[in-house]
Design a protein around this ligand. Structure first.
Ligand code: IMP
Length: 418
């Protein structure tokens, strides 16, 4: 293990959790850390998440497989809190097969994870229309069927991965036919149940024997001392309970939510890394008090290539809200910060930082390139001051600083022994 990473004492189980509204850039830190952990586990959410994986020379956006899935010999867990759209998962598996990476023998899919069916996506669209029609505000959902699948879970009418192997073909057929009738009656949307059944049977053939009791597996591995990297999806402020409801996703996005979704006890988590953009972005509707509109916001978006990985929508951009970061620290028990995309701020004359929705300080910008830097000492003085200011305000070390999209473009700061 790299000496710097070793000095951070991440322990047997570590979680990487977004501190903002998702899209903080979790993929890169997971890629850096993954080789140090035996098991890569995704806890919740579904194909609403998106992270870029470089396969061969090509970039692909993956939605369901964890970012750490490329490392040979590491088990991959899709946890009980997830909602899985099987054709999307199969497409990701096939993409990797084309470059001779077969993840199937390494995947363990929780029996308790729910299946996203085609009609869930259609209901997402109908619900968003109904919100607008009734004069309400839209959520700006990614239309991946996430909310309706979690709704079926709560109604206790959902289809779980375990059902895929426990039910006969006839039972599955009846299930999709009944769901089609309900979707028609309640949401006036038409569903091709033959197509749904075909997709389910295909997935059963390919993945049937990878559907497991992942809770027992993870608990066993934990007791055996295996290391586990938990990959959070979305971000803390999108959490169904603690986020900016109703403009949230339908799952729990915090570290405690992830532990629950994987069936791991609270004390098993030894470290939790906050992924925090050096500024802030949000895709979709909802409050964003530190948003900056006009040219300055547009410039941030262009410099940071701020377009949603899943939907391609332009992200709204703004400044770092420290009060939200403190709340996220208290919710997640963060031990380290990974500040991403520092270089995007290189051209700013000043860097506004908010300590509440309307109280802010303007720090001086550095107006020099930090692109690709790998040492804290090399950073311009004002950039160092910005980082130290954040550390002082929130009391958590900034252990990783992103200075560009490349894997090597990162500053890792060792924790000094006491
Ligand atoms: P849903 O989870 O697709 O229903 O979307 C609900 C809200 O969460 C919308 O504002 C989405 O844009 C946002 N959202 C969901 N997943 C992500 C993500 O992975 N990154 C950023 N925003 C997300």
């Amino acid at each position: 293990m790299d000496d710097t990473i070793q000095s951070l004492q991440l322990g047997q189980i570590s979680a990487v959790i977004g501190a903002q509204w998702g899209d903080e850039g979790k993929g890169k830190i997971i890629d850096i850390l993954a080789e140090n952990f035996d098991i890569q586990a995704r806890a919740g959410g579904g194909a609403n998440a998106g992270h870029t994986i470089v396969v061969g020379k090509e970039k692909h956006i993956f939605h369901l497989l964890p970012s750490g899935c490329l490392y040979e010999g590491k088990d991959i867990v899709l946890g009980s809190g997830m909602v899985i759209h099987l054709p999307t998962l199969i497409e990701e598996i096939e993409t990797l097969r084309k470059v001779n990476i077969d993840v199937v023998p390494r995947i363990l899919i929780s029996r308790a994870a729910h299946i996203v069916l085609g009609y869930h996506k259609k209901i997402d669209a109908v619900m968003e229309d109904r919100r607008t029609g009734s004069g309400g505000k839209t959520i700006g959902t990614t239309m991946r069927g996430i909310g309706p699948t979690y709704a079926d879970k709560a109604y206790r009418t959902g289809l779980r991965m375990g059902d895929l192997i426990d039910m006969s073909e006839d039972e599955l057929k009846r299930f999709v036919q009944n769901s089609a009738v309900n979707a028609q009656k309640m949401f006036n949307c038409s569903v091709n149940s033959d197509e749904e059944l075909k997709e389910l049977l295909e997935a059963k053939k390919l993945l049937g024997d990878r559907i497991k009791d992942t809770v027992t597996y993870l608990q066993k591995m934990y007791k055996r001392g295996k290391t586990i990297l938990i990959e959070g999806a979305q971000g803390t402020l999108l959490d169904i309970d603690h986020g900016t409801y109703p403009n949230v996703t339908s799952s729990q996005t915090t570290s405690t939510g992830a532990l629950h979704a994987l069936g791991l006890p609270p004390q098993s988590l030894k470290s939790c890394i906050a992924v925090v953009k050096a500024y802030c972005t949000r895709v979709g509707s909802g409050p964003f008090p530190t948003e900056v509109t006009g040219k300055r916001g547009d410039d941030l978006r262009e410099r940071g290539s701020e377009y949603g990985a899943t939907t391609g929508r332009p992200r709204r951009c703004g400044w770092l809200p420290l009060h939200d970061l403190e709340r996220a620290i208290n919710l997640n028990g963060y031990t380290h910060i990974n500040l991403t995309k520092l270089d995007v701020l290189d051209a700013e004359e000043t860097i506004p930082v908010y300590s509440s929705d309307d109280k802010f300080e303007e720090l001086k910008g550095w107006q020099e390139s930090t692109k690709g830097m790998t040492s804290f000492a090399d950073l311009p003085e004002k950039a160092q001051e910005y980082i130290e200011y954040i550390e002082e305000k929130v009391g958590i070390p900034v252990s990783f600083i992103g200075t560009g999209p490349g894997r090597e473009e990162v500053i890792m700061r060792a924790t000094q022994p006491d």
